[in-house]
Design a protein around this ligand. Structure first.
Ligand code: SF4
Ligand code: SF4
Ligand code: SF4
Length: 502
């Protein structure tokens, strides 16, 4: 971080000198420095802390002494034991409560320090053979995370604890190309690279599409305002059919580190390089100091993602460096400025009808229509029986696509039909088989093994709960800035100013 401009210390990574919490650095109980600013290309600035007289709390030229780990461990042993026992009891209680009712228990392992501690606690709490470990491999993890995962996997194997890796069939290069880079509001990657592969892996492990299980998760309330509202137990909020238990919810990072040093738990080397959190390379939720540390620690990997971002930038007025450093890329809300993005799906109203124009669809609309109900007709004029009622529509073939028309008033009378009917064609146009819809269907009706196949649909509409019907549509949609479509307040959810208006 550049602290060597102020203080003296040996260059080693075995023992810590300072503790870092967010951007604040503590030495022997006192906050002695703060980091300000920084981005992927610029190092953050160091601000040294002074007392009320203006004297630096840690004078320049001071020689730093390492933390005395054995003494720290000894001094806090009793306190840690208490926290540890309380947490182990919580894990046991959840196991006892659900073990006869559910199909499996798993530790959601991410490679971060919290999940390393969590795994160690679950090993202490539960009998061998009663749980498995699933590493959610996004393909975008830090190289140090993969190195740690290899070690943890070997350790689990030695202890006969099943260890699985759940990864998407897409590499990040493939998915970023298909969807466009993720952004703060277009976080398709969380589903495509995280939750979907984990659900599919657990189905494979349990042999059930509708498995019910408990995931032990290492989230902590101290990590963010959002997480401070988390409960110990939540049912199906993240993944349907899955109870999440957050046993270390109230642990502080100091307690996590104390546990790691006390029990000599393996941890991720990314922390010794200055990362405060371990996650995906080039996460759109990151930025600032974190992105600088990432770039410095893993330049080759980060540059590969930056190259993809640069290629996707169709906004010629913005330099690539600015687009990456100032966050233009991760503020993207639609596909308007994605390089080469063509409008293949358009919705508008005309003479009392909703018109959908589709070009070069990737999948068959008749297959996706099965999610709404039985289809009647086979030549331009069709009806679908949706929730016991017939709805008429037409599909007229055109060059490399078709034009769909259905009554606006029918859609108004039944907004659920109006929404899901549109979504059928969004899915049809954009589906690249990311498998999210397959993962949300607990009946196992959707398969992509031999192209899209939907069999035995229960019309539960769960696959229509995917954002906007399809993540690819959501990420690549091109907003209509004007015209007859702009009639309701919802139009503004996709509304974006055009460059020439500015
Ligand atoms: S890049 Fe960020 S938003 Fe995407 S999966 Fe990783 S952590 Fe989630
Ligand atoms: S999620 Fe529901 S509507 Fe979709 S395919 Fe499965 S059963 Fe049918
Ligand atoms: S339709 Fe579903 S499975 Fe297909 S790409 Fe979209 S979100 Fe993924």
């Amino acid at each position: 971080m550049g602290f060597d401009a102020y203080w003296k210390y040996a260059r080693q990574n075995e023992l810590p000198y300072l503790w870092a919490e967010a951007n604040c650095y503590y030495y022997r109980g006192q906050m002695v420095a703060k980091l300000k600013g920084g981005d992927v290309y610029t190092a953050p600035q160091i601000e040294l802390m002074a007392d009320e007289k203006g004297d630096l709390l840690l004078p320049k030229g001071a020689k730093l002494i390492c933390v005395d780990i054995p003494r720290m461990v000894a001094k806090n042993r009793e306190m840690l034991e208490l926290i540890e026992q309380t947490t182990v009891k919580k894990i046991v209680a959840v196991y006892e409560k659900y073990r006869v009712k559910l199909d499996c228990f798993h530790v959601a392992f991410s490679g971060g320090k919290d999940s390393c501690v969590l795994l160690d606690l679950v090993k202490k709490a539960l009998p061998q053979g009663s749980f498995v470990v699933v590493f959610g491999d996004t393909g975008m993890e830090f190289p140090d995370t993969y190195a740690l995962v290899d070690q943890v996997e070997a350790q689990c194997k030695a202890e006969e604890i099943p260890f699985y890796r759940a990864a998407s069939h897409f590499t990040p290069a493939e998915s970023w190309n298909l969807f466009g880079p993720p952004s703060r509001t277009l976080r398709w990657c969380c589903s495509v690279h995280k939750s979907t592969p984990q659900v599919l892996k657990l189905r494979e492990i349990t042999g059930k599409n509708d498995y019910r299980g408990v995931a032990f998760v290492g989230v902590r309330a101290h990590e963010s305002v959002r997480r401070s509202h988390y409960e110990y137990l939540s049912d199906g909020t993240k993944v349907k059919g899955q109870i999440s238990h957050n046993p270390i919810l109230e642990w502080t990072s100091a307690e996590i580190w104390l546990y790691i040093y006390t029990h000599e738990v393996l941890f991720n080397n990314a922390y010794t390089k200055g990362s405060a959190r371990v996650g995906c390379i080039c996460c759109p939720m990151g930025g600032g100091k974190a992105s600088h540390v990432e770039q410095r620690s893993y330049p080759v990997e980060v540059d590969a993602f930056h190259e993809m971002i640069a290629k996707s930038n169709g906004r010629k007025s913005m330099s690539t460096e600015g687009y990456i450093a100032q966050g233009g890329w991760n503020a993207r809300k639609n596909g308007q400025f994605l390089t080469g993005n063509q409008e293949r799906y358009t919705e508008y109203t005309k003479q009392g009808n909703i018109i959908i124009e589709v070009k070069n669809p990737y999948t068959s609309w008749k297959e996706w229509m099965k999610t709404l109900g039985e289809l009647i007709g086979d030549n331009e004029d069709y009806e679908v029986i949706f929730q016991g009622k017939k709805y008429a529509f037409s599909v007229i073939e055109r060059d490399s696509g078709y034009r769909v028309s259905f009554s606006e008033s029918l859609a108004r009378q039944n907004p659920v039909f109006g929404k899901t009917f549109r979504q059928v064609f969004r899915k049809t146009t954009f589906c690249v088989a990311c498998k999210t819809c397959q993962a949300v269907c607990k009946y196992g009706c959707i398969s992509f093994d031999h192209g899209l196949q939907i069999d035995g649909c229960h019309h539960c509409l769960e696959c229509h709960t995917v954002v906007a019907g399809c993540y690819v549509y959501d990420s690549r949609k091109i907003p209509r800035g004007e015209g007859s479509g702009m009639k309701t307040i919802n139009c503004f959810s996709n509304h974006a100013p055009k460059e020439e208006w500015l």
